[in-house]
Design a protein around this ligand. Structure first.
Ligand SMILES: O=C(O)CCC(=O)C(=O)O
Length: 263
């Protein structure tokens, strides 16, 4: 459980390191499962994730491998979704009484060549659900630091609203200005040690620089929804084909499992 001070810090900054969640053996299992799912890609009769792609379309030689819903292909990842510490802490941060999985995303930057994850806000890129109050748990499967492409966050930016069009217009990863509207833009690098969980709000401006190190940089982001999350049929998203409810209805269904409920 998080302390009141940690919860306050999250609400002020829009992100928080929640500390150790997995031990080395648990991380080893997840690393092996990631290798297996990649090796089994498109193998007939073997459960598959929703998507496995190199997100860096403009520079494919600097890959950022993304696997969406690896939990649908791997039991240990499925178990991770309902990890007690992580779900209880997400419930504290969202003040939810029920949590569902929106989707998960492996974020894998290989050693030496791993590319940039451009600045963005998550919620505007998820236009098929509202409200924009989701919180994500990002679990490191390597020591992730400035050398191998850790995330950076803009402090307090989750309180500024939806500015995805402005962020998309930035001139590259180094193009973040010092000021935006009447706010100072303070960029904070967020190293996360292997097995730790880091939380961020879905409106927090964030991204990550390239991995030029000799070490891989593997992590999984688990994106949680609360009992308030509703389907917005006008939007588009890779998870849209799996939605089984009508426009404006509360999200539910087997691809969006319930993973925590207040007792
Ligand atoms: O791992 C990264 O570099 C970015 C992850 C991210 O954007 C997210 O979890 O929302």
């Amino acid at each position: 459980m998080l302390s009141e001070e940690q919860v306050d810090t999250f609400h002020r900054e829009g992100y928080l390191n929640g500390g150790a969640a997995l031990d080395d053996d648990e991380v080893d299992v997840l690393r092996d499962e990631l290798d297996r799912v990649i090796a089994d890609q498109d193998r007939e009769g073997v459960p598959q994730p929703v998507r496995l792609i190199n997100m860096n379309r403009s520079k494919p030689e600097e890959p950022v491998w993304q696997v969406v819903n690896i939990w649908e292909a791997s039991e240990p990842y499925r178990d991770l979704l309902s990890h007690q510490k992580i779900t209880e802490e997400i419930a504290q941060l969202t003040r939810a009484s029920r949590l569902r999985i929106w989707h998960d995303q492996i974020q894998y930057k290989p050693a030496r060549t791993g590319g940039v994850n451009m600045w963005h806000q998550d919620a505007p890129l998820w236009p098929i659900i509202e409200p924009m109050t989701e919180v994500s748990a990002w679990v490191a499967m390597d020591d992730v630091d400035v050398e191998n492409g850790c995330m950076s966050m803009v402090s307090g930016s989750h309180q500024w609203g939806n500015h995805i069009e402005f962020i998309k217009g930035l001139d590259g990863y180094d193009g973040m200005p010092d000021r935006f509207e009447d706010h100072d833009v303070e960029i904070v690098t967020r190293p996360v040690r292997k097995g730790e969980v880091h939380y961020h709000h879905a409106l927090t401006w964030h991204g990550s620089h390239a991995n030029k190190s000799e070490r891989p940089r593997r992590a999984i982001a688990i994106h949680y929804m609360t009992e308030e999350s509703r389907f917005v049929a006008s939007g588009n998203h890779v998870m849209k084909p799996f939605v089984e409810v009508g426009d404006g209805e509360l999200m539910r269904g087997e691809h969006f499992p319930l993973v925590w409920e207040q007792e």
